[in-house]
Design a protein around this ligand. Structure first.
Ligand code: ATP
Length: 393
């Protein structure tokens, strides 16, 4: 990305803590720190892939930047405007520009509505009358996503999973958004269909100049679509890099472990050691994340420093930000002292340690949402944005 280009989306210190309430008085006894201080930008026309294990906060991040959730802290700027705390009416004009594609093509379409009604819902909600009429525009959108426009009056159950996801994509594109957040858009689909939907999203990006945040738990999916990739662990970004740097020389041990689980199709790929790193133990609970580096309980390189001091996300190479005291593939690089600014002269060179059996991790299982919110349509999305932070029933 060019240094001079203004980001479409800028996120600073973003947090979402879901309160845990107990007892008759529903007193708050703690919080699930689902997203706990994210900093990143998304530039026009790019795809930012976001990966990480289940429960690391990817969906919450997606729902925050589309403002289906209100942040607990931090700032979300869209085209320079702070949208962090806009209410339903304040967000309404922005909903045209920021849309979401949901993971579940079965659960995200109302089975009682026809395809025509589903795809045209955003027009009604925004009071938009497309040129040539609603029906014609919906049929154009259906063709755009590779569906038969004649199927306007059919119901979701008459379509396959891949086709339903195309309906969801057509709905998300109806208002010609600038930013589309795709939350695991292919993970509920058969492997044979996944590539078709990914290719469709890719083609639509070229054709319509879209900007994507593409969430996946699997590095092999984001690899083909992303310009840059953010790796999340327990509510934080541990590494954010352009695709080439991330795949050729991952710097965070967690990225390296995720990478080692991805099949390597190109044997000429340099820089990444091919041994499989099996992370042991579970991700600690986001209710009580470990002190210091959150990954230290599973990291084979962890030292006392990692157990006590949280590493900041620093740009150690151009285009590659890493939050680690002892990064991988850092030979020749200087690592700033903890708690000092990036400009500080380097003092430490990491020892090239080979991975060995990780230390046993804290046994506490990650808290799980009681029932994930599922904003099926823009209407529900708007409503969800207005709701409070309590876990949904
Ligand atoms: N409404 C909620 N109330 C309480 N906790 C929540 C809520 N939504 C999410 N969480 C918790 O926040 C953490 C992050 O959840 P999130 O769904 O964002 O993770 P994820 O990385 O998208 O996981 P997955 O890939 O399984 O969807 C989890 O511990 C989850 O249980």
């Amino acid at each position: 990305m060019s240094d001079t280009m203004e980001p479409l989306l800028k996120v600073t210190g973003l947090q979402k803590h879901f309160p845990i309430r107990k007892g008759l008085l529903q007193r708050q006894t703690g919080a699930v720190k689902a997203v706990d201080g994210l900093d990143f930008e998304v530039y026009p026309g790019e795809t930012l892939g976001v990966v990480g294990e289940s429960g690391c906060g990817k969906s919450t991040m997606g729902r925050l930047i589309t403002r289906l959730l209100e942040p607990t802290g931090g700032k979300i700027e869209f085209q320079g405007t702070d949208i962090s705390h806009l209410g339903v009416s304040g967000m309404r004009p922005l909903r045209r520009d920021v849309q979401m594609i949901f993971q579940d093509p079965y659960g995200s379409l109302n089975p009682r509505h026809t395809v025509g009604s589903i795809v045209s819902a955003p027009f009604k909600l925004q009071g938009v009358e497309p040129e040539g009429g609603v029906k014609k525009e919906v049929q154009r959108l259906l063709s755009l996503v590779g569906l038969n426009p004649e199927h306007y009056n059919r119901y979701p159950h008459e379509f396959s999973g891949g086709q339903r996801q195309r309906i969801g994509i057509a709905r998300a594109l109806a208002l010609k958004p600038k930013l589309v957040v795709a939350d695991e858009p292919v993970s509920a689909l058969d492997v044979s269909i996944q590539a078709q939907v990914v290719n469709l999203l890719d083609d639509l990006q070229d054709e319509l100049g879209l900007t994507y945040v593409f969430i996946a738990h699997d590095l092999s999916v984001v690899r083909h679509v992303s310009d840059r990739i953010a790796v999340m662990y327990l509510g934080k970004i541990v590494e954010l890099a352009d695709r080439k740097s991330l795949y050729e020389s991952p710097m965070h041990p967690y990225t390296r472990a995720l990478m080692s689980a991805v099949p390597i199709p190109d044997p000429r790929r340099k820089g990444v050691k091919s041994e499989r790193i099996l992370l042991q133990g579970d991700v600690p609970s986001p209710i009580a994340p470990p002190p210091g580096c959150r990954f230290h309980t599973r990291c084979w390189k962890a030292t006392d420093l990692c157990r006590t001091q949280e590493p900041p996300l620093l740009e150690l190479r151009p285009g590659q930000r890493v939050a680690c005291h002892h990064p991988e593939n850092a030979e020749g690089l200087t690592i700033p002292e903890p708690r000092e600014s990036v400009d500080v002269t380097i003092t430490k060179t990491p020892e090239p340690t080979e991975p060995k059996a990780p230390k046993p991790t804290e046994p506490e299982a990650p808290a799980k949402a009681e029932a994930p919110e599922s904003a099926e349509s823009e209407a529900e999305a708007s409503e969800a944005a207005a709701e409070d932070d309590a876990p949904k029933a």
